[in-house]
Design a binder for this molecule. Structure first.
Ligand SMILES: [Zn+2]
Length: 478
């Protein structure tokens, strides 16, 4: 039997590799993939809807949407599985398998909460945009679940930077999952002529969802996708940024601010790729795995502090020292300096001896742990938000490793804001975007203002589970 004949016998389904693309000129072609396996360790996934017969169902059918989602769930799970420490599993509230709900309602959105993944759909200009039909959206949401497994402390953390790191991790999950596909690696190398920093199918996240949002809100997303990792956004402490803004400006809104980190990560992949023996599709696949491993190491080891991006960046450099003898140090430093995540001074301070001196604390770090481990509780008066009682926020911890921080655009290093400022600024931003649900019983007589009643609420005010008063609790990451 020839290889072709053997391949012809493997049952396949039609899927989009990364995204449906957008009409009328950028629609992608579905391709056949082997029928995906969902129940794989250490990150088993499932789909709430019944599995259709594997056949050649095409775009617009429920069967096609099912297989795209299944293929993407499986790929994201297999992307992260080999990179996480052994014993890592979904957050305990998720249960054994992470379950995706493919038709959760009418919206242009998707979210992760600890009960599963929820994908919405909405018809725009005659096109039904189902979030589950974009592999990149599915892989982004799965990324939230993976990071929650590694670092549950980020879930309720009142920090714009920690929140944005979650969003960056989601987009990086899409990027690394796409890099597992040989055909896509080959296509991207052709499109960029080997310069991975350039805008490409790899850097453009969620083209179709971006198109759909753009029809009603032209400035809310990039001109050719939802977010583009090929960008030059420079770090500013998010406490100094406006709570929202157009896509071409940086705001403290987590998806907007995530682009500083994910932009640097694309440059890290590009830099590592250039150091591979061969700059071919296999070298690109290897670069993705190396960069992903350094990110996982950093997320597990880095304390959640204000100035969190700098901590993750510093721990990626440290991880490269330990794993690769510092082989990719220049690629990492250069990417983080260009995005202002590390100041020149900070990048220079993470030397081999310094990493060795701190290595005990780094290698002892474990994934998971209690949700409130390492956080600083900050209690504020609820009155100005129209809330009856004092409110406790989970602020980032104070203790940094490496004593490093981001760039001050004027030169030198910024001093990260104190935890209280980080937490209160985060809360105020949430209210200014209309993202907090406040139950009637906790509203005071003073006018409670919901600036955007129809908007998905990512947070709610609820009775504190420990101590008195109220707490800010996350509902989901969207
Ligand atoms: Zn997200």
């Amino acid at each position: 039997m020839t290889v072709q004949q053997q391949q012809a016998m493997i049952p396949t389904v039609l899927v989009y590799e990364d995204d449906p693309g957008f009409p009328p000129t950028h629609v992608n072609m579905p391709v056949p993939h082997p029928v995906p396996q969902l129940d794989t360790q250490p990150f088993p996934t499932a789909i709430a809807e019944p599995a259709p017969q594997p056949d050649s169902a095409g775009p617009g059918t429920e069967a096609f949407r099912y297989w795209v989602a299944a293929d993407a769930l499986s790929r994201a799970s297999r992307t992260w599985g080999p990179l996480v420490p052994s014993g890592t599993q979904w957050h305990p509230m998720v249960g054994r398998a992470l379950t995706a709900h493919l038709n959760a309602g009418d919206d242009l959105n998707a979210f992760y909460n600890r009960r599963g993944l929820f994908f919405f759909r909405h018809t725009v200009a005659g096109v039904t945009v189902a979030a589950c039909e974009s592999s990149e959206v599915v892989e982004h949401e799965t990324g939230h679940a993976v990071l929650d497994a590694l670092r549950p402390q980020l879930f309720n953390m009142a920090s714009a930077e920690a929140d944005a790191l979650h969003e960056a991790f989601g987009d990086i999950s899409s990027l690394l999952s796409s890099l597992r596909l040989e055909s896509l690696r080959t296509a991207v190398l052709a499109e960029t002529q080997g310069d991975l920093e350039l805008s490409s199918r790899l850097s453009r996240v969620a083209e179709q969802l971006g198109w759909a949002i753009r029809q009603g809100h032209p400035s809310a997303v990039d001109p050719d996708c939802l977010r583009n990792l090929s960008n030059s956004f420079f770090y500013t402490d998010p406490v100094h940024l406006p709570p929202s803004g157009p896509a071409n400006a940086l705001s403290s809104e987590p998806h907007s601010f995530s682009r500083v980190f994910s932009g640097a990560f694309l440059k890290v992949v590009a830099g590592i790729f250039h150091m591979q023996d061969l700059q071919d599709q296999a070298g690109l696949g290897a670069a993705g795995e190396i960069a992903g491993q350094l990110l996982v190491d950093a997320v597990v080891a880095a304390p959640v502090v204000s100035g969190y991006y700098a901590q993750i960046a510093g721990h990626m450099i440290a991880a490269d020292q330990r794993r690769n003898g510092g082989r990719y140090s220049q690629a990492l430093r250069s990417a983080f300096i260009r995005h202002g995540i590390l100041s020149m001074e900070a990048a220079a301070s993470i030397t081999g001896p310094e990493v060795a001196r701190r290595s005990a604390g780094i290698t002892e770090a474990m994934p998971g742990g209690a949700d409130d481990q390492g956080m600083t509780p900050v209690t504020i008066q609820g009155t100005m938000y129209g809330i009856t009682q004092p409110l406790t926020l989970a602020a980032p911890a104070e203790e940094r490793r490496f004593g490093i921080a981001g760039s001050d655009p004027a030169g030198g290093t910024v001093r990260p804001a104190d935890p209280e400022r980080v937490a209160t600024s985060y809360l105020e931003d949430l209210f200014r975007r209309g993202r907090v649900h406040v139950p009637e019983e906790h509203r005071s007589d003073a006018a409670f203002v919901d600036v955007s009643p129809t908007r998905l609420k990512t947070h709610e005010i609820a009775r504190a589970t420990t101590g008195e008063g109220l707490a800010l609790i996350r509902r989901c990451f969207d």
